[in-house]
Write a protein that binds this ligand. Structure first.
Ligand code: SF4
Length: 400
């Protein structure tokens, strides 16, 4: 297939595909799907070999958010019966983080619900970062606290944070239909602040909110422009009790096409399968490892993932290996912080807010924007959505 040969060539050269090529990946048929996965897999192997980076989420503060992100189970007015608690103490967070590290995670993602941190919150998180770094040598820490004010990114960096996550989530054109309490531009601004402070930027998207193929391509190109080091790809978990509870728009095949498109547009960036992996990829998860080079281990922010041991078994069975603490995730030209000056290079990043990585609960297509018809039929798999009842904020052991 000429399209795939062209995309592989471009991916190996870190050259940006055209929008038409990116759209064509999303439009491929089921008959072509394995060819698409094989082609994007070549690009993945070129830059990341067969390594899979494991990340571990610690939800520092759950629920009770004043923002109204439609996809999120922690949003204002959410009726989702999630765990709700205020800030974990540093030793509680450190204990949860240690479980993830013991399970094989090399990065811990500290997430808090809310519009953004106060300066006092930055103090708390700084203390938590210190406790985690003291007890887990070599661990990477990413903070995900929402919109940042001036100087906060620098303070987090000074406290030892390695990265900051803030997702763009969806295209600029559809953003106002998803969230009313802040803007797309706010999100871009926070990613830029993280970058400017010398933090590794992590920013991604949520698919399945009723967006069009054009929207997906738009957000991935916007991410590339922002140039994050990691791009989490969430698949909407339509939580009961959120505005997007009925948005079951994804099939495993569609998820694979989306991941392949992200890989072609962001060839040398850490592409991470985030929330919704188990719910939407289901038994096709191992194929997705040929596209993404990073996943979350165990549970998400407000929902439960498959057992951590099942994640590790899947990686081994599919012929991949867990990336060790001593291995550098990014290719040499990016690891030095140089990120491709050539037009192409990489990803971009965006938000991280609160609940992002996972659990971006439910939302989607909500509200006011006219969502296009989903391209593929899918069925509601509410049986696969389990609210998190263990780990951080509970007396039960974490899943890691
Ligand atoms: S995504 Fe973040 S800011 Fe938005 S409602 Fe959820 S926790 Fe609040």
């Amino acid at each position: 297939m000429d399209l795939l040969n062209t995309l592989v060539d471009k991916g190996l050269r870190r050259e940006l595909p055209s929008r038409e090529e990116a759209l064509a990946v999303l439009a491929t048929s089921d008959d072509e799907l394995l060819d698409v996965v094989a082609a994007a897999g070549k690009v993945r192997r070129q830059w990341f070999g067969r390594r899979v980076k494991l990340n571990y989420l610690v939800n520092l503060k759950s629920g009770l958010c004043p923002e109204d992100c439609s996809y999120c189970s922690q949003r204002l007015g959410s009726k989702a019966e999630i765990l709700k608690y205020t800030w974990l103490k540093p030793d509680e967070a450190s204990k949860a983080a240690a479980a993830g590290v013991a399970g094989g995670a090399k990065r811990v993602c500290l997430v808090a619900s809310g519009r953004g941190p106060t300066d006092r919150d930055v103090d708390r998180v700084s203390e938590t970062i210190g406790a985690i770094k003291e007890q887990n040598e070599g661990v990477e820490v990413c903070a995900c606290l929402g919109l940042l004010s001036d100087g906060q990114a620098e303070r987090l960096r000074g406290a030892g944070a390695d990265a900051y996550n803030h997702n763009l989530n969806t295209s600029e054109a559809t953003y106002a239909g998803i969230t009313k309490t802040h803007t797309y531009a706010d999100r871009v601004d926070t990613v830029q602040k993280a970058h400017a402070a010398g933090l590794s930027a992590c920013s991604g998207l949520i698919a399945g909110m009723g967006e069009s193929d054009e929207d997906l391509v738009d957000v991935v190109y916007a991410l590339r422009e922002l140039d994050p080091d990691s791009v989490p790809v969430n698949f909407l978990i339509p939580f009961e009790g959120t505005p997007l509870a009925k948005e079951w728009n994804l099939t495993p095949q569609r998820c694979l096409r989306i991941l392949a498109m992200v890989r072609f547009v962001c060839p040398d960036v850490e592409v991470r399968i985030a929330g919704g992996r188990e719910v939407h990829l289901r038994s096709m998860q191992p194929l997705a490892l040929h596209l993404a080079n990073s996943i979350f281990l165990g549970d998400y922010l407000t929902s439960e993932g498959q057992a951590g041991k099942a994640d590790l078994d899947m990686i081994a069975d599919a012929g991949f290996e867990v990336e060790g603490a001593g291995q550098v995730t990014l290719p040499e030209h990016r690891a030095g912080g140089v990120c491709g000056s050539e037009a192409a290079a990489c990803g971009s990043a965006a938000d991280a807010c609160g609940s992002a990585a996972e659990a971006c609960g439910s939302g989607g297509a909500c509200g006011s924007h006219a969502a296009p018809e989903p391209a593929e039929a899918s069925e509601a798999r509410t049986d696969l959505v389990a609210v998190r009842r263990r780990g951080a904020g509970t007396d039960l052991a974490p899943n890691a």
